[in-house]
Design a protein around this ligand. Structure first.
Ligand code: ZN
Length: 236
């Protein structure tokens, strides 16, 4: 069968679409998250352990070694989010731009090539091949290509909520298609467009690797329009 990343005819692994390490804390105190409560604005929790035959062993290893392991180290060891951030406050950190950006794109790519109904909203269409090549060659592309906005997600106790993993959703922002997903304590939005998304370029991940996350209660920002309001309040 054809591997979706290298496109060679290979035996395919039963691949995770969202890396398993992001689920590590998911089931502790699951009920405390209130994910099924009111105000979740359409976010649905992503079921654990969703797999599909998508990638060959070598490509699976490539994504793991080049993007997942470095992301895990940067995000949980080198520069983790604090346990608490005040609502509407900004948290800034610097990460390795190529690896950090391509990690998020690797999840988006897998969701796009997946045939599972859970990921039906993600369709990179003509961008799929561009992202595929970027992932193979470790090329993060230009800063305006697939820019990433992120928000720290707070739970009802004002703590960064790391246990929440949502299904990806598609939305629109000023004419651009944007995809949103919550994992790792943050809500990530990626703009997929052939032209520049000014807000995302200004307020999102910079090519220096710097990213500023505004902390928002997850019950209050569900859609990208709300997210851009939060950025305006923070003067980003
Ligand atoms: Zn492959």
């Amino acid at each position: 069968m054809k591997c979706h990343l290298c496109q060679n005819d290979r035996k395919l692994c039963d691949s995770h679409i969202v890396p398993e390490f992001l689920y590590r804390d998911l089931y502790k105190d699951y009920k405390l998250m209130g994910i099924n409560g009111q105000g979740n604005k359409g976010w649905k929790p992503l079921q654990k352990g969703i797999r599909e035959h998508l990638l060959c062993f070598d490509c699976e290893q490539h994504l793991n070694d080049k993007y997942e392991k470095p992301f895990l180290k940067q995000w949980t060891v080198d520069s983790p989010l604090p346990d608490r951030i005040a609502q509407d406050a900004a948290h800034t950190a610097v990460y390795d731009y190529p690896k950090f950006k391509l990690f998020h794109l690797s999840i988006l790519f897998r969701a796009s090539v997946s045939s599972l109904p859970t990921f039906r909203e993600v369709n990179l269409a003509t961008h799929e091949d561009r992202v595929r090549r970027m992932l193979i060659t470790e090329d993060p592309g230009n800063e305006w290509e697939y820019p990433i906005l992120a928000f720290a997600v707070l739970n009802g106790r004002g703590e960064v909520e790391r246990r929440l993993i949502s299904c990806p959703i598609a939305s629109r922002h000023e004419g651009h298609i944007v995809y949103g997903q919550i994992y790792g304590g943050a809500m990530w939005w990626i703009s997929v467009s052939s032209h520049r998304n000014d807000l995302f370029c200004r307020a999102g991940l910079q090519s220096t690797g710097q990213i500023t996350l505004i902390a928002e209660p997850w019950s209050e920002i569900g859609v990208v329009q709300d997210a851009s309001q939060a950025l305006k309040r923070a003067n980003l």
